[in-house]
Design a protein around this ligand. Structure first.
Ligand code: PMP
Ligand code: GLU
Length: 396
């Protein structure tokens, strides 16, 4: 019998973050008081100055298809942003605006990978990297890290993972899900390894750039010798609380940007016109304008770390950025709580959902089965209540 669905989709995992968010929504619909700490989505409203720009764009009749790679004014705002915040110089032909950073990543994978090309993914990695690579017929190569190195890949690990088939390395800093931030020195040490392997490209996902509690964001492309083989991906979802507006962008060598433009031209065309106009306003402002959200995330980080450290079996690194904690919970595996055996992080995440009514995401989805990802993009009251419920469920 003919199979309805393609091997491509049958082999793809459902996004665990989105699946957990949907499950939490469903349970809430049944009247359950779920606290959602699963989705990486700021709980702030999009700032008024950005909303006003969108309203103006509607009144100004921005309603037509945009250039596939974005309005030229937006590309100019992105160029200014890269120069101002990252000391990176790009020309308009090197910039592509897409429907979220997710589409930027998908474009890059689709235009650079051939069957069997290997992509090194330091674990934990953001949930969609692995499936986007597989969709593009690439082979993910996971490099395991642990809490003992703050979940960062060492130069020795990178060297050991490289084979003649290695095409790219993908990583995020600040990292979703560990919150780890690579310093300039650490990036340089990785770049030194790559010097010996000039065929390898780097995807530097910097979408959490501004949500950095220690300051000092470093970009791989800042190194002169890496600039020509780095694709810098960024977007407005996180720092500007604009997840639903769906705008991301990349800066890349011209040939890669041109290929992404071609890919996007056949799949989605340009990103939403109103959202693009609003993002021009967002990026032309100083990032200081949205610092109040970062300040609040830092307060919440300290709060949740303090509370989680009071739970037996939770072992946390100190995340320096993004809005996640990624506790190692392996000390709890094999134990029974309220008659439920917890054998792994997925069991624990399901148990906490059902017993504590708190939604988290299993570390499995991020390539680290010892951990649990908890998003603290929630109010302080919700965080306090959620951790108290988790504690109670694990004491029972
Ligand atoms: N990269 C990372 C590390 C993320 O956490 C996200 C969150 N969705 C994305 C990319 C994609 O962001 P978006 O498509 O909303 O721009
Ligand atoms: N990046 C967010 C997360 O990791 C949003 C969900 C998604 O796009 O998968 O939760």
């Amino acid at each position: 019998m003919n199979q309805l669905l393609s091997e491509r989709i049958l082999n793809m995992a459902t996004s665990a973050t989105l699946a957990m968010a949907a499950k939490a929504r469903e349970l809430r619909g049944e009247g359950k008081d779920i606290i959602g700490l699963s989705l990486g989505e700021p709980d702030f409203n999009t700032p008024d100055f950005i909303k006003n720009a969108a309203k103006q764009a509607i009144d100004d009749n921005y309603n037509s298809y945009t250039p596939v790679d974005g309005y030229s004014e937006l590309k100019q705002a992105i160029i200014t942003k890269f120069q101002r915040d990252n000391n990176l110089t790009y020309t308009p032909e090197q910039i592509v605006v897409s429907t979220g950073a997710k589409q930027c990543l998908a474009n890059v994978a689709l235009v650079l990978l051939n069957k069997g090309d290997e992509v090194i993914l330091p674990c934990p990695y953001w949930v969609s990297y692995s499936d986007i690579v597989k969709l593009s017929e690439g082979t993910p190569v996971e490099v395991k890290t642990s809490i003992s190195t703050d979940f960062k890949m060492t130069p020795e690990q990178l060297e050991a993972a490289i084979t003649p088939n290695t095409k790219m390395i993908w990583f995020s800093s600040p990292c979703n899900p560990s919150g780890s931030v690579y310093s300039k020195r650490e990036l340089r040490a990785l770049a030194d390894v790559l010097q010996k392997h000039p065929q390898i490209y780097v995807v530097s996902d910097e979408i959490y750039e501004h949500i950095n509690f220690g300051g000092g964001h470093a970009s791989m492309a800042q190194f002169e010798d890496m600039y020509e083989r780095t694709i810098t991906v960024n977007g407005v979802s996180k720092a500007f609380a604009m997840t639903g507006w769906r705008i991301g962008f990349l800066g890349a060598p011209k040939a890669i940007a041109r290929a992404c433009n071609k890919m996007q031209g056949q799949i989605t065309s340009g990103a939403n016109c109103i959202a693009q106009r609003a993002v021009i306003t967002a990026l032309n402002e100083s990032p200081k304008k949205v610092q109040y959200m970062v300040d609040e995330f830092k307060i919440r980080r300290d709060l949740i770390l303090n509370l989680l450290n009071g739970i037996d079996g939770f072992s946390c690194n100190v995340p320096e950025g993004a809005f996640y904690v990624f506790p190692d919970v392996s000390a709890l595996f094999g134990k029974t709580f309220n008659g439920v055996l917890v054998s792994n992080a997925t069991d624990l995440s399901m148990y906490l959902l059902e017993e504590a009514l708190v939604a988290t995401v299993t570390g499995d989805a991020f390539g680290n089965p010892n951990c649990l990802r908890i998003s603290y993009a929630a109010s302080q009251e919700q965080i306090i209540e959620a951790v108290s419920r988790i504690k109670k469920a694990l004491e029972g």
